[in-house]
Ligand binder design. Structure first.
Ligand code: NAD
Length: 314
């Protein structure tokens, strides 16, 4: 019997997480309080499944069956009652998450495992309202956007979580095609977002300094380091290159690279000027609605192609 799932929050991440579990055969109840956003959940899931069908990843019959496994709940209680696993994807605000976990704790069965998709909040702080027994069954499951396609789910938990609970959550995600990693400490950003921020800091800095234009910085990343990262990790790359070489180059470059402790001034100037990226029509590039839509669909297709290839990697 597959675990029944409750998803709380039906925005960018919540609807994608629901779609991923339903495609993997789980029955999913999803609660989204905003009426307008609630109305978008099923059409967005249908559109995502259609893309997977067009790319030959999901059969049309399986897509229809998966869609039938997603139920819009009428309230929070309906989304968590009797569920084996409840994951929240509401906005990144500590107070909101604490209040929600207190409510879920009251409404969910005692055996249910609770999870947060937080990007940056400490697990210990979010779980303050919970009692000892529930804390043993509460964790972070951090998905990557877009959740239906991206394989990575980072798992972080309290030291007192029994090994069999952790293993069952990890197995459940692996069984729907995800790749889970165990994060041993309650650190903000877990693993992947910290690595990504380190790369982004240098990318913004290179542009700020005028070392290359935006297109060339993107190209250098895509066809240099990121091209290798799609097939292997940093440590294997270092072993192949030779650790002595990495040590010498590290000493030379890290002395002159950006080491700032806050977001890039270039980024902050853009935000202050209303240049927020696709949603405002301009960020590092200029966007109109049609171009942004085409580019995003193209991006999703390329991710699907990449995931087909990468599934064979360890
Ligand atoms: N967007 C990303 O790329 C990304 C990636 C990984 C993790 N995350 C994390 O996932 C979480 C959700 O992010 P998102 O981008 O999906 O946000 P979002 O704003 O797209 O969606 C959040 C949804 O939660 C709903 N909501 C607000 N309060 C609620 C409540 N009390 N109960 C139920 N629903 C409620 C909102 O109406 C909204 O639809 C955040 O913690 C974020 O940090 C986001």
């Amino acid at each position: 019997m597959r675990e029944t799932i409750g998803v709380i929050g039906g925005g960018t991440m919540g609807h994608g997480i629901a779609a991923a579990f339903a495609a993997g055969g789980h029955d999913v109840a999803i609660w989204e309080p905003d009426e307008g956003r609630r109305a978008l959940i099923l059409p967005a899931i249908r559109e995502a499944y259609t893309l997977l069908t067009e790319e030959g990843v999901l059969g049309a019959t399986d897509a229809a069956a998966a869609e039938g496994r997603v139920h819009l709940a009428g309230d929070l209680a309906a989304a968590v009652a009797g569920r084996d696993f409840v994951v929240e994807a509401i906005p990144e605000q500590l107070g909101l998450k604490q209040a929600l976990f207190a409510d879920i704790d009251r409404l969910a069965p005692a055996h249910a495992v609770l999870a947060s998709n937080t990007s940056s909040l400490p697990l210990a702080a979010m779980m303050e309202p919970l009692g000892v027994l529930r804390r043993e069954r509460t964790m972070v499951t951090h998905w990557y956007n877009p959740p239906l396609i991206m394989p990575l789910v980072e798992l972080s938990f309290f030291g007192n979580m029994p090994a069999d609970v952790y293993d069952s959550v990890s197995r459940m995600h692996e069984a729907i095609g995800k790749r889970t990693v165990k994060v041993l400490k309650d650190v903000p950003g877990l693993i992947a977002n910290r690595i990504q921020q380190a790369v982004a800091r240098e990318v913004f800095s290179l542009i700020e300094q005028g070392v290359a234009d935006t297109a060339d910085v993107e190209k250098a990343l895509m066809f240099g380091p990121a091209f290798r990262y799609a097939t292997t990790g940093q440590l294997e790359i270092a072993d192949f290159g030779g650790l002595d070489v990495w040590a010498v180059v590290g000493d030379a470059l890290l002395a002159v690279m950006d080491a700032s402790k806050e977001a890039s001034p270039l980024l902050k100037r853009k935000v202050a000027g209303g240049k927020l990226g696709v949603k405002s029509g301009e960020g590092f590039f200029t966007w109109d609605t049609a171009t942004a839509g085409d580019r995003r669909r193209d991006f999703l297709r390329r991710l699907i192609h990449q995931s087909k290839v990468s599934r064979t990697f360890g």
